[in-house]
Design a protein around this ligand. Sequence first.
Ligand code: ATP
Length: 373
Amino acid sequence: MTDVMRQPESAARERGRVPTPPAVVAAAPSGGIELRSVRKSFGSTPAVDLPALSVPAGSLTVLVGPSGCGKSTLLRMIAGLETPEAGHIHIDGQDITAARPGERGVAMVFQDFALYPHMTVAANVGFGLVLEAKHAGRGALPRAEISRRVRDVCDLLGLGDKLGRRPRELSGGERQRVALARALVRRKPVLLLDEPLSNLDAGLRAQARAELIRLHREVAGTFVLVTHDQAEALSLGTRVVVLRAGRLEQAGTPEEIWRCPANLFVARFLGSPAMNIVADSRGRLLGWRPADAIALGVTSPPAAPTDAGEVFEGEVDVTEFVGDRRMAHCVGDHGPWSVEFPAATPVAVGQRIRVLVPAGSLHHFDAQTGTRL
Ligand code: ATP
C-alpha cells in the first residue's frame, strides 16, 4: 500500500482544490511475494521448509493449517522478525531476505494487538508515523499530513467518529479495527495479519470477515493472513495456502482446493464436518462431502446405474440438528460416514439409510500415499 492514496490528483488535493475522498482509492496492486527454498528450524525441528511459494500482488492470501504447521513463522520471516536459515524472499522483485523490517514495505497486525491504553484512537493510529517523522529529519511527513492520513484510514474503517476515544471506551471489534488502521495508515504494499480475528466473538468475527474482504478490495494491496480456521480461510482468501508440518500441501483459489483437494490431508482439513473417506473394492480411498449425497431412502428403488455415482448404505448412529440442516452420522459396511439432510427430513437413530453420491462429487485417493488420483 505504499502507493495507496498516491493518486494523480493528490498534488491538487494537497493544494486544497480536490476534496479528500472518505475511502482510499486503489492504485495498481503491488506487493507480490516470492519465496524460494525458504527454510527455518528451531533446534532439530523444521518449522518451515518451502521449495517455492508465490503470493500474487493484490491477493488476499490466507496461510492455513493446524497448530504448529509454521504459519506464524512464515509470516514473521516475510515481516523480517525471523531470519530464514536458507532461501530467499522477494517482494516486488527485490530480494528483501536480509532487509530490516522497516525497509521491506510490510506492515503487520499481530494477534495480540496491544493498543496504548492512555492514547486516543487517533494517537494510537498515528503513533508509528509520528515516531517515524521524529527520526526522519527533513523528509519527515508534516503533522497535518499525518492527521489527514489518520482521518482517512479511520473513515475507511468506520472509526471516523471515535477518533477521540480511548481503547477502553471501544468494543472488541472497534479495537480490532484500530489495530488494522494502525497498520494500514503506514501505506505499505504488504499487510501481514496474524490471526487478526481470533480475539473476536463469533458474531463479530463474521462481521469482521466481511469488513476485511471489503477493505482488501478498497486498498488494493497484498494481504497475507494467518488462520487455523479452514472456514475463515475459504471465505476470506482469494488464494489459500495449506501448510502441514512446515510444508506446502496445496495452494490455489478456495474453489480449487475445495473441489480438487491435492491429497487426503487437504480433503479432510477443509469442511466441517470433514469429508467422508471410505475404502472401495479396489483398495482405493473414496472421498465425498456430507452435503454432496442424495438421500435414496430405504424404500426407494435399488441402486442407481453405476456411472451415476456410488451408493452407500449404513445405519444412523447419531443425528445432529444444525438449524437449516440435520446431520446423520452413520455406520456403514466400509466404515463411518456422515450425511447432511434438509432439517425437515425424518431420520432416526437405528434407521438404515442409503445415499447416492453423484460421480462428479466423488474424490479418489491413493490408499498408500494419500495423493489424489
Ligand atoms: P499456531 O497456529 O499454534 O500459532 P503456527 O502454525 O503458527 O501455530 P508456528 O508458531 O510457526 O506455527 O510454529 C511452527 C513450529 O515451530 C512449532 O513446532 C513451534 O513449536 C516451533 N516454534 C515456533 N517458534 C519457536 C521459537 N521461537 N522457538 C522454538 N520453537 C518455535
